[in-house]
Design a protein around this ligand. Structure first.
Ligand code: HAM
Length: 428
C-alpha cells in the first residue's frame, strides 16, 4: 500500500511545534501593536500577473519558483511567493489611502516558492513582515529597519548584522543598467549562461547569481550603483543612517545589496545572523516607491520588510531536542460508560468556568494505562472516577508531582482551582 509523504520542502507542524509557533506568533502580534501596526490577511492565491509585474519577470522567483496553474475558468493563478505585491493590491482595492495618508500593516503568513530545499530554505515557508505605505521620508525607513532589528533583539537572537544600501530613485535605474552592462560587456564570456542572458534583459539580477565565478567577475568589474545616486538619493540615505545612529542600530553599508526583487527603490536592507551560515538572511526589505502606481494606484511611497520564521527558529537554536511538550492540567481517568459521561460533564464545566485544560480518556484503557497517559500529558492532576466514585458522589484526585491522593466531592471539585491556579498550561 502506498504511504503518502508530505511534499519535498514542506513540513508538518506537530503539537510540540505549534506550542512554540503560537508563542512566537503571539509575541509578534504584541510587538506590532506596540508600534501601531494593524494585521492584514490576504488570500493564498492571486492572479499570476500581480507577481510577474510586481516582483519582475526576470527575477528568480517569477522565472522559476512560482507555483502557478490555470484554473477551470482559464485564469492564471499563483500561490503567493511573497506578500508585498498582495498587500499593495489590497491597499489599492480597499482604498486604504482614503482612510489615512499612512497605513502601517503587518502580516504573519505562509508563502510558496519552488526552491531547492535545504536547511532554512523550504517550498512552503512562513514570514512575518510589515508594509508602511504612504511616507517617503527617511524616518519611515528608520522606523521599519529598527523594528526588524528590535524584534530579533526581543527574541534574543544575537550576532546580528544589518546590511543597508541605497539603489537610488527609479530615474537612475536605466542609466545604471546601461553603465552596468557596459562595465561587464567585455567580460561576459566569464559569466554563466543565466547571467549572460540577464545582462541584456535586467543586469541588476546578475547580483542574485550564486556562482562563485560570476560573483568574482562582478566584484572586479561591475560598476556599483552608489556612483549614480542623485544628490536627493544621497541625502535621503544619509538621513536614514543618521536616524539609525541615533537609535543605536549598528549597520554595514553594503554597496552591492540590490535584493532579488525588482520593485525596490532607494533603501534596501537585510538582517543576517552569523549563526545561520549559508542561508544567513533572517529578513530583507526596502523601499518600493513605484509599486502602488505600477498597480494602478495614486503615486505612493512605501517601505517594508519580511522575515523568515523558520530561519528565526534556526537562529534561536530551537531543534527537536529542546521542544516543550503539550501540557494539560487534568487527565480524567474514567473507568466505564457512566464514568465517561460524568467526566465529560465535569470537564466541560471546568474548561468553561475555570479555564482549566482537561483531557478525558477516550480509549477505554485500563487504570494503569490511563495513569501512564496522565504522566505523558504532563498533567498536574489525575481525576479518577469509576462506578464506586459515582455512587459516593466523589472523585479521587491524584496530585501527579507528589503522588498524594484525596477524595473530593464532585460538587466541590472546582474548589481545587478556586485560588489563582498554578496550572502548567503554556498560556498562563
Ligand atoms: P525576501 O528576501 O524574498 O523578501 O524574503 C524575506 C525573508 O523570507 C528572507 O530573508 C528569508 O528569511 C525568508 N525566506 C525567503 N525564502 C525562503 C524560503 N524558501 N525558505 C525559508 N525562508 C525563506 C520578500 O519576501 C519581500 N516581500 C520583503 C519585503 C517586504 N520587501 C518590502 N516589504
Amino acid at each position: 500500500m502506498k504511504k503518502f509523504q508530505s511534499i519535498k520542502g514542506t513540513k508538518d507542524l506537530l503539537p510540540e511545534d505549534t506550542i512554540l509557533w503560537r508563542e512566537v506568533e503571539m509575541a509578534i502580534h504584541n510587538f506590532m501593536q506596540l508600534y501601531g501596526y494593524g494585521e492584514i490577511r490576504t488570500p493564498v492565491f492571486e492572479q499570476t500577473e500581480l507577481f510577474a509585474r510586481g516582483i519582475g519577470e526576470g527575477t528568480d522567483i517569477v522565472s522559476k519558483e512560482m507555483y502557478s496553474w490555470i484554473d477551470q475558468g482559464g485564469t492564471n493563478l499563483t500561490l503567493k511567493p511573497e506578500l508585498t505585491a498582495p498587500v499593495v493590491r489590497s491597499y489599492i482595492q480597499h482604498n486604504l489611502s482614503g482612510k489615512s495618508p499612512i497605513n502601517r500593516l503587518y502580516y504573519i503568513d505562509s508563502l510558496f516558492r519552488r526552491e531547492r530545499p535545504q536547511k532554512g530554505r523550504l517550498r512552503q515557508f512562513h514570514q512575518f513582515g510589515i508594509e508602511a505605505i504612504g511616507s517617503e521620508y527617511p524616518e519611515q525607513d528608520a522606523e521599519v529597519i529598527s523594528m526588524a532589528y528590535k524584534i530579533y533583539e526581543m527574541f534574543g537572537v544575537d550576532e546580528l548584522v544589518v546590511k543597508i544600501n541605497s539603489i537610488g530613485s527609479p530615474e537612475i535605474r536605466q542609466p545604471y543598467l546601461q553603465a552596468l552592462r557596459e562595465s561587464l560587456e567585455s567580460h561576459s564570456d566569464k559569466l554563466c549562461k543565466t547571467c549572460q542572458s540577464r545582462l541584456g534583459k535586467n543586469a541588476l539580477r546578475l547580483f542574485d547569481c550564486k556562482s562563485e565565478s560570476c560573483k568574482g567577475v562582478l566584484d572586479k568589474f561591475a560598476v556599483t550603483i552608489d556612483t549614480l545616486l542623485t544628490e536627493e538619493d544621497k541625502k535621503h540615505f544619509q538621513s536614514v543612517l543618521k536616524y539609525l545612529d541615533a537609535m543605536k542600530i549598528p549597520y554595514i553599508h553594503d554597496i552591492k545589496l540590490v535584493r532579488g526583487l525588482d520593485y525596490y527603490t532607494r533603501t534596501t536592507f537585510e538582517i543576517a545572523s552569523r549563526k545561520l551560515g549559508a542561508q544567513d538572511a533572517l529578513c530583507g526589505g526596502g523601499r518600493y516607491d513605484k509599486l502602488v502606481e505600477e498597480f494602478g494606484g495614486k503615486p505612493t511611497p512605501a517601505i517594508g520588510f519580511a522575515a523568515g520564521i523558520e530561519r528565526l527558529f534556526i537562529a534561536l537554536d530551537i531543534d527537536d531536542t529542546n521542544k516543550p511538550l503539550p501540557l494539560t492540567d487534568v487527565y480524567f481517568v474514567a473507568l466505564g460508560d457512566e464514568a465517561v459521561k460524568v467526566a465529560f460533564e465535569i470537564a466541560e464545566k471546568l474548561r468553561l468556568e475555570k479555564g482549566i485544560a482537561v483531557t478525558v480518556e477516550t480509549l477505554q484503557r485500563s487504570m494503569k494505562a490511563q495513569m501512564r497517559e496522565a504522566n505523558r500529558n504532563n498533567a498536574q492532576f489525575a481525576f479518577i472516577i469509576g462506578d464506586n466514585e459515582i455512587a459516593a458522589n466523589k472523585i479521587i484526585v491524584k496530585t501527579m508531582k507528589s503522588g498524594e491522593q484525596q477524595e473530593v466531592p464532585i460538587d466541590k471539585i472546582d474548589e481545587l482551582f478556586s485560588t489563582e491556579h498554578d496550572c502548567n498550561c503554556s498560556d498562563c
